[in-house]
Write a protein of this length. Structure first.
Length: 445
């Protein structure tokens, strides 16, 4: 029997997915979407051109998950943003509130706390100024191509629609939730074995880290969209922050960053804003964005799972967004672009380490591939510097008294043939603590 070339098969499948995902040629009202989900048969899901779902049982688990997430939800308006449907859902009706049994929405930290912690401005000096992103929606992008107004009222959030078409690209519901095909990693905290499609898929990274008791921290993350060659079996590339507590099977995280993951998002080769969490080292807990009952979004400004209006250009304009986690009154609050966006309820962590504090802060890049890996950041080596390599800056952690403390970070580059870190550095200007990161990836990682 001829041996199958699994990386090539996997890559060809997701090359087709990447092309298809970048196109949305119709608007589907929420009521029509729900009726279609209720009516779809397992045979129809299994027959989708890009389906990888294992069997009837797993299709039904996915369908029931969608129905549970939207049960009792009213949607006054929907729109297409970045080739994906968003439904406006009242803050109190969102799945994380209903399904976690929350009796009220937590109070965010005071704006003054955010302002006092975010102590650096947007540029290092007059010659190296990056544009600070405070919304993914362009100033003139008020309507989608179908005439629907983009955005939700102040008491509602933009909820990226969860569809069977998307979920059926994964073998099971749990594998849809996993951070990456082999589970995921807190690079220092530990790894988890899990679903591997194909068996040779693995992760590579270049990060900086610090062991320190903390209540969160901050990074201004330079925005890029590195090409992910799905035809060669590459899966994703990202830049993010991790706040990690516990170790081994008890590892817990709160995570935020951008990620180019063509198999997951419907935006082709663009990087998307994402969040992730786990309460037990990625072994049965965790999900991206709002795809399970976890993160409670309270602000309508940001669209989880969609791209940005602008990306950095090698030798040209640079863009960044600030992201800060803060454990406040028992919940892990997230601020993006200087605005509190929502929180992971402390109850998710079931009395574990992240109910008290994190123990490690990590910043950097991660990629997943099979026989070849995508570039990280801009794809340029870290030592090429500003407007060439990607960076993270304004790096501080929040100590257990609630004060912002500049990081003392250690670089970790276990794949030096593909990825690098330059720094961390301390600037006398406004960048404070920062580092450059990235590299071309390739087959020898």
């Amino acid at each position: 029997m001829k041996k199958l070339n699994l990386p090539v098969i996997w890559g060809a499948l997701f090359a087709a997915i990447s092309l298809a995902n970048a196109q949305t040629d119709s608007f589907v009202p929420f009521s029509e979407f729900m009726a279609g989900t209720r009516a779809e048969t397992a045979a129809a899901s299994l027959a989708r051109p890009n389906a990888r779902v294992k069997d009837v049982k797993n299709v039904e688990a996915m369908r029931q998950h969608i129905l549970k997430m939207y049960q009792g939800v009213s949607v006054p308006n929907s729109y297409v943003f970045d080739s994906q449907h968003y439904d406006c859902i009242a803050v109190e009706q969102q799945p994380s509130v209903r399904l976690l049994g929350l009796s009220s929405i937590a109070t965010p930290p005071p704006a003054s706390v955010l302002a006092s912690q975010n102590r650096a401005a947007f540029s290092m000096n007059d010659a190296t100024t990056a544009s600070q992103v405070t919304s993914q929606v362009g100033a003139n992008h008020k309507y989608d191509s179908f005439g629907n107004a983009i955005g939700c009222a102040a008491n509602a959030i933009p909820f990226r629609r969860i569809t069977l078409e998307e979920m059926s690209r994964f073998p099971s519901l749990q594998e849809f939730f996993q951070k990456r095909p082999t589970g995921s990693v807190s690079s220092i905290g530990g790894t988890n074995s899990g679903f591997v499609p194909p068996a040779v898929a693995s992760h590579k990274y270049g990060i900086t880290y610090q062991y320190v008791a903390n209540l969160g921290g901050n990074s201004n993350i330079n925005i890029w969209s590195p090409y992910v060659n799905t035809g060669a079996g590459q899966i994703f590339s990202l830049s993010q922050e991790w706040y990690v507590g516990g170790s081994g099977a008890a590892t817990q995280t709160a995570e935020v960053g951008w990620q180019n993951y063509p198999a997951l998002y419907n935006i082709g080769q663009k990087s998307a804003l994402f969040i992730y969490w786990t309460a037990n080292n990625y072994n049965g807990t965790g999900c991206y964005n709002l795809t399970c009952a976890a993160f409670v979004q309270t602000n309508s400004t940001w669209h989880f799972g969609s791209g940005f209006a602008n990306y950095s250009v090698i030798g040209g304009a640079q863009y960044e967004f600030s992201a800060q986690f803060y454990l406040y009154q028992g919940n892990w609050w997230l601020a993006l672009g200087g605005t509190w966006v929502g929180y992971y309820p402390g109850s998710l962590y079931k009395g574990g380490q992240l109910t008290k504090s994190a123990q490690i802060v990590e910043y950097g890049g991660e990629s997943v591939g099979t026989t070849t890996w995508p570039g990280e950041g801009s794809g340029k080596w870290a030592n090429t510097g500003y407007a060439q390599a990607a960076y993270q800056r304004n790096l501080f952690y929040i100590n257990t008294s609630g004060a912002g403390i500049w990081e003392t970070l250690t670089p970790l580059t276990p794949s030096p043939a593909c990825y690098s870190i330059a720094g961390p550095y301390t600037s006398t200007g406004l960048w404070t603590r920062y580092f450059y990161m990235g590299g071309p990836g390739g087959p020898g990682c």
